[in-house]
Design a protein around this ligand. Structure first.
Ligand SMILES: Cc1ncc(COP(=O)(O)O)c(C=O)c1O
Length: 469
């Protein structure tokens, strides 16, 4: 940006036009006026229900399968509350599996959208990027290197899977001819042809050809920190011995997300990273779900792995996904490129979310993420004391919270998620044996009162289900 009138671009002059700030204020005021009515959960309006049902059925038909939740947004929300097209209001504690960091219709996101509408293109990509993309990669790399490390490079992409694919390609290229990956049992990495091999869920790769070869090592167990670390390190060494020079990357999901909200520990990860380092194996941290949700912006910082990671991927709450990597892992030209890196709104919103969470005191050992976790944990513990057979745990870390419903059996857990939904609370399942019910709160807009409301709904549903069994 130039402050010299003469040198200013017309775009800079447009941004300073007082009509824009007036228009922006008008829009924000109008949104605020309507969203003030969305402050509690509410059932559907019976008058709207028939058309809503028809729309859902037609959508499912065209899509080739019904939606997981009978959810179609009206287009307005108020932080953690979202209005649906049937007139109901839900308390959204799953946020599209961790995407909507400020919830729904938050002024910060509306403003980002207005800024984006003023951008000259809807999408930005490798051939034509705007200053917002530059600002975002600068912010992501600066924050990644805040407490050491050397993640000097950042490549944007449109999905967590694409960010992960890029990280794998970079690791394979650097460490060729090594062509195998070591990952944790029960990890989730995405659903592309390559990543469905890394993801430890056989059901997700039914009918697919084998693409890359993955060896699994066991994850951390909090009930046996030393023993589980030793076991994982031994297994890792065994794989290295069995396939000398063939392992390109150690794939680490630092908190198992889809696997059921199991965090690892700094010592556990460090022990494995030092084996990787000794053997020239790339350390990749998949932070697609954890980014922004622990006591630090990056979970690798929370687990004090600044010096250990070679590649880090982020997604979900960051809107735009990204692969960060060190100088040593700079790919050769042509290896990674895409038409889109994201929409202008996603890129501007990414910055607004990340900066907003930082400025809003979300990080640090006493930060807002930790406070929100403690509040949810206390609420779930209270329910668990009163209804021990129905709710156990809680589990998770920071902005990732989970409990085990009943005995963690799949059908009963799904039933509870559905009943919570119909009572007004959005959650989702994670893991297997036991299945857990998880929450990914809209960190930027959720308050203690919303968590209390969530807990009231959980208690009411748990009580109903207990009394029926
Ligand atoms: C740890 C992890 N990696 C990768 C992915 C894939 O991200 P996406 O669905 O954006 O492709 C996910 C999605 O849930 C995830 O949790």
């Amino acid at each position: 940006m130039s402050n010299n009138q003469e040198a200013m671009t017309f775009a800079e002059k447009l941004r300073l036009d007082p009509r824009l700030s007036q228009a922006k204020q008008l829009i924000l005021d109008a949104v605020a006026e309507y969203q003030q009515h969305l402050v509690n959960v509410r059932p559907a309006n019976p008058e709207r229900e028939p058309a809503y049902q028809q729309m859902l059925e037609a959508f499912g038909e065209i899509r080739g399968g019904s939606l997981y939740f009978p959810y179609l947004a009206s287009g307005l929300g108020n932080g953690p509350f979202v209005e649906l097209a049937d007139g109901s209001v839900k308390l959204d504690m799953i946020t599209g599996i961790g995407v909507h960091g400020y919830g729904h219709s938050h002024p910060r996101m509306v403003e980002a959208g207005i800024e984006a509408a003023l951008s000259d293109t809807v999408m930005q990509g490798n051939l034509q990027q705007g200053p917002e993309s530059f600002e975002l990669v600068k912010l992501l790399t600066e924050k990644a290197n805040e407490s050491g490390g050397g993640l000097n490079h950042c490549f944007l992409s449109t999905s967590g899977a694409m960010a992960n694919e890029n990280s794998l390609k970079i690791a394979f290229q650097k460490n060729q001819p090594a062509n195998r990956v070591v990952a944790f049992s029960h990890c989730f990495a995405g659903r592309t042809l390559a990543l469905s091999q890394v993801t430890d869920k056989p059901g997700n790769r039914v009918g697919l050809p084998d693409t890359i070869t993955v060896d699994y090592i066991p994850f951390y167990r909090p009930d046996d920190p030393a023993g589980s670390t030793e076991l994982a390190v031994n297994r890792f060494r065994e794989q290295i011995k069995r396939h000398p020079g063939k392992i390109a990357a150690l794939w680490m999901e630092l908190v198992q997300g889809e696997g059921g909200y199991y965090p690892g520990s700094p010592d556990f990860f460090r022990a494995l990273c030092s084996v990787a380092r000794e053997n020239q194996i790339a350390v990749i941290a998949d932070e697609v779900q954890t980014f922004g949700r622990t006591s630090r912006l990056y979970a690798f910082q929370h687990f004090e792995l600044d010096q250990q990671v070679d590649l880090v991927t982020i997604g979900k709450i960051s809107q735009v996904c990204a692969t960060l990597y060190t100088d040593d892992y700079k790919p050769k030209p042509g290896l990674i490129s895409q038409t889109f890196t994201g929409s202008s709104w996603a890129i501007i919103a990414a910055q607004a979310i990340i900066q907003g969470l930082i400025d809003g005191g979300h990080y640090g050992s006493e930060g807002r993420n930790q406070q929100l976790h403690a509040c949810f944990q206390a609420g779930l513990e209270r329910i668990s004391e009163r209804l021990p057979g129905a709710v156990s745990g809680p589990y998770g870390i920071g902005g990732m919270v989970a409990f085990t419903p009943f005995d963690g059996e799949l059908e009963r857990s799904k039933e509870m998620v559905n009943r919570l939904y119909h009572a007004g609370l959005m959650s989702f399942i994670a893991g297997s044996d036991p299945v857990r019910i998880r929450f990914l709160m809209p960190l930027g807009s959720v308050e203690e009162g919303h968590i209390e409301l969530a807990c009231q709904i959980i208690e009411q549903v748990a009580e109903e289900m207990s009394s029926e069994s």
